[in-house]
Design a protein around this ligand. Sequence first.
Ligand SMILES: [Zn+2]
Length: 349
Amino acid sequence: MREVPAKSHWVERGMVELLYRSGLSRATARWTAGRGAIYMLHSVVPDRRTYLDSDLRTTPAFLDGLLSHLRAARVDVIRLDEVPGRLLDRDRQRFVVFTFDDGYADNFVHALPVFERHKAPFAIYVTSTMIDGSLEGWWLGLERLFRCHANVEIAPMQRRWILDCRRDRANAYQKTCEWVNQDVRSRAAWLRPTFARYNINLGKITREVGMTVDQFRQLAKHPLVTVGGHTESHPNLVQLCRAEACGEIVRNKAYLETLGDRPVDHFAYPFGRPNSCGAREAGFVRQAGYRTATTAFHGCLAGSGRCDLFQLPRVGINRPYESVSLARLQIDGTTAAFRRLKAAFHAPE
Ligand SMILES: [Zn+2]
């Protein structure tokens, strides 16, 4: 089935190509790009059109093309460990870091061979329960639910969806995720009867998509790979009390260090939005002994002193389409500059 992007995506793609091919993004990068950027990715699959959650999927072919582009453009692809030092170094060329969240088995199966071919490093932020199979991955369950069923009732949301085409299914999936994200702790639990009714088994899905202990160990000892923490059960940390949040962070770190027999120095906040990580959570991560923490706040990395190592922004590559031009605009700081402009024009008087 061929994905048909919405009309607005064609307009956006046109603008992206114009900004990139005109050279405008590279010309303005000296003011907008900062010292470097961190790409945020999740799952790597041969054909992302199979899935409704395209913002979580990328392809090996795209990664291959992007790594070739970065090498030709003389942008350094560096290890996550090097970020604090590189932020202090004014004289080095710009850098990017590739990070993959959650702990998908496909990071081992599909991403690793591409990065090995390019001799490029990358980092994985791993949730403990993704490996042991007990993750309550409601977002994965919703993707499966809307992909496999055309008539879906989400009773706690008081919505029934009649879905004719892929675009409708993706839209229903997106809307339901947004609804859960408003109160993850309660609403994820409210979805359990819905999943049971449609025979969606979250444990089975996690065991299908999560990396195995053996895959994790191989990645942990691989010279190109840095392992980072991503909590025990992928909660919204803001919604937990201090003891619960610290327990999630500390137990995950200990689990990964024991399993991989390596120190784990870097962390990514689950969800990573302003409503899921703030100064309190940054304090917990620092106390747990981490050296850096990344968010899903969109942006490039300014020089040290202006960049909080426990609230590092990232740029998400994935849209309903994939494009090296867009990935380049993001590390040139063009997309972040547009967002700031848009926010300024929409700011209340
Ligand atoms: Zn995550």
